[in-house]
Design a protein around this ligand. Structure first.
Ligand code: ZN
Length: 221
């Protein structure tokens, strides 16, 4: 099941699928629920584009590597190159769209890696580890500090956050990322998960929303 960037009306977005730059612990309440300290600067990690699958068809999770946690996140599509120290205006101008995404995490594997101080890729970069919905156009969002992200599983709201609670809001976060490495059209920023993460199970039905902007039904195969 191959992935291509697209808008919610089905229009394909002709950027190659690039890397997915993720930020850990970008909401204080989520850092607390996993007993993690709040980082003093953004905690970044990268998922390869190859782990991305579209949200629409349902998605599979690994069955033999311990618990798989959902992390609902606001994903930002980059549409213009960004590097060095872009201004706020350059970052805003480089954003092509917003979508809800699931940053799937092998939590037991990650816990072992964290214990040993090792990188997180084995827990974060498996095939299918990033479930990405189609994007709304960037202009649909007026205030980047007021975007709601909500995940409902089998009718129960499990995560209900807002960009207003981010420790690193979207624009400064992307400025920080681009100061360290280049971003290219087709790259995606996954901006961290609010509180409420938990395990997924096969057969569950999910509704993933950018509140008031887009909403997607999917399921765990
Ligand atoms: Zn995450």
């Amino acid at each position: 099941m191959s992935y291509q960037h697209q808008y919610i009306d089905g229009t394909p977005i002709h950027f190659p699928l690039g890397k997915v730059v993720c930020v850990g612990r970008n909401y204080a309440e989520h850092a607390a629920e996993l007993n993690n300290p709040i980082p003093t600067e953004p905690l970044l990690f990268i998922k390869p584009g190859s782990c991305t699958v579209p949200m629409d068809d349902g998605f599979a999770i690994p069955q033999d590597r311990g618990g798989v946690h959902f992390e609902a996140e606001i994903a930002v599509l980059i549409g213009k190159p960004l590097s060095k120290k872009p201004s706020e205006e350059e970052v805003r101008d480089a954003i092509s769209g917003f979508a809800p995404a699931l940053d799937l995490t092998l939590r037991d594997v990650q816990a072992k890696l964290k214990e040993k101080g090792l990188p997180w890729e084995l827990s974060k970069s498996f095939d299918g580890a990033f479930v990405l919905a189609p994007f709304v156009v960037a202009d649909a969002v007026e205030d980047l500090c007021d975007i709601g992200i909500r995940l409902t599983i089998d009718g129960q709201v499990r995560q209900d956050g807002n960009a207003s609670s981010m420790l690193n809001p979207i624009i400064p976060l992307i400025q920080h990322i681009a100061a360290h490495f280049s971003l290219q059209p087709g790259d995606v920023i996954s901006t961290g998960t609010p509180a409420g993460v938990g395990p997924l199970a096969s057969g569950e039905s999910l509704q993933v929303e950018l509140v008031g902007l887009s909403s997607f039904a999917t399921r765990v195969l």
